[in-house]
Ligand binder design. Structure first.
Ligand code: ZN
Ligand code: ZN
Length: 300
């Protein structure tokens, strides 16, 4: 089992004992979904959770989010708060699933959702699209409880965006192609620190944010297998990847300088590359510390 078994065992013992977890319980990273736009069996869209005691902080809501939360043994009736890194579809396709299904599964309070400008409009459009569902579930024999608002949206700017009960979440702006707003997040709580990159090309701000963190969860593509694609415009594919995402070699350099205790690769754009090819790329970049390939459900 990957990660820190002592922490996981402590959490499982606490759950088995039926006690509610306290803020003393360690912050644990759960890889809820490690995919990207390409559908893959057994791999859900981008989503990472940080669990601190009984609180679950979710970063992005990719396709299949509710099933992925269930598979990861995390709550399906609403997380403590959602943080969206950016509004690309692969990171937000699960938003209607998270909002609507968590309500049907018993959520009784508004879902707090933090993210870039545009998240409020996206959420409003989702609620409008499913207006009849929302109406009939309340008016009909299901007797669902109406919640107003269904989502409490916070459109954020860089800085501390959440600070409550010993958990602080800090956002930094990262460069991600032509998107106007993309954020990486750092979570500090229970004596642990975690950085989640979201999607970004190499970012000095993200590198500074990650200095000495316990866990750096970072997107990556395989430099070894990056080629022009056989389609109209496909000759620009390597340039696109270079401008929008972070290669394994570049990530190795970032990690060598920021020195996380563990580097976890997610949002794995392999283009056919094997685990060992990706890891060799990180090593070529100069990182000699602990690095792992992320899989859905892994805990660190
Ligand atoms: Zn993405
Ligand atoms: Zn993206």
């Amino acid at each position: 089992m990957p990660g820190r078994p002592n922490r996981i065992v402590m959490l499982l013992l606490a759950l088995a004992a039926g006690r509610s977890l306290s803020a003393q319980d360690s912050a644990i990273v759960v890889l809820v979904g490690t995919g990207f736009p390409r559908p893959q069996p057994g791999v859900s869209g981008p989503a990472t959770a940080v669990v601190v005691g009984s609180r679950v902080f979710l970063f992005d809501a990719g396709a299949g989010i509710q099933s992925a939360l269930s598979a990861a043994r995390l709550p399906i009736n609403g997380v403590t708060a959602l943080f969206v890194t950016h509004l690309h579809s692969d990171h937000t396709l699960g938003l209607p699933d998270l909002i609507l299904d968590s309500w049907v599964m018993g959520r009784r309070t508004p879902l707090p959702a933090y993210g870039p400008p545009g998240l409020r409009a996206m959420t409003a459009h989702i609620l409008a699209a499913w207006a009849e569902d929302l109406r009939v579930r309340v008016a009909g024999l299901e007797h669902e409880t109406p919640i107003t608002p269904q989502v409490r949206v916070h459109e954020i700017a860089p800085g501390i965006v959440y600070d409550s009960g010993g958990v602080r979440v800090t956002a930094v702006a990262v460069p991600h192609g032509a998107l106007r707003h993309a954020f990486a997040y750092r979570i500090d709580g229970s004596g642990r620190s975690v950085v989640i990159s979201g999607d970004t090309r190499p970012s000095p701000a993200l590198e500074r944010l990650s200095a000495g963190v316990d866990v750096l969860v970072h997107e990556v593509y395989a430099s070894e297998t990056l080629r022009p694609e056989p389609r109209p415009g496909g000759e620009d594919w390597p340039r696109y990847m270079h401008e929008v995402h972070t290669s394994d070699v570049e990530l190795g350099g970032i990690a060598a300088r920021s020195r996380p205790r563990i580097l976890v690769l997610t949002h794995l754009i392999r283009m056919g590359a094997s685990d060992s090819t990706l890891l060799a790329g990180v090593r070529r970049g100069g990182f000699t510390g602990r690095v792992v390939i992320g899989h859905d459900g892994d805990r660190y």
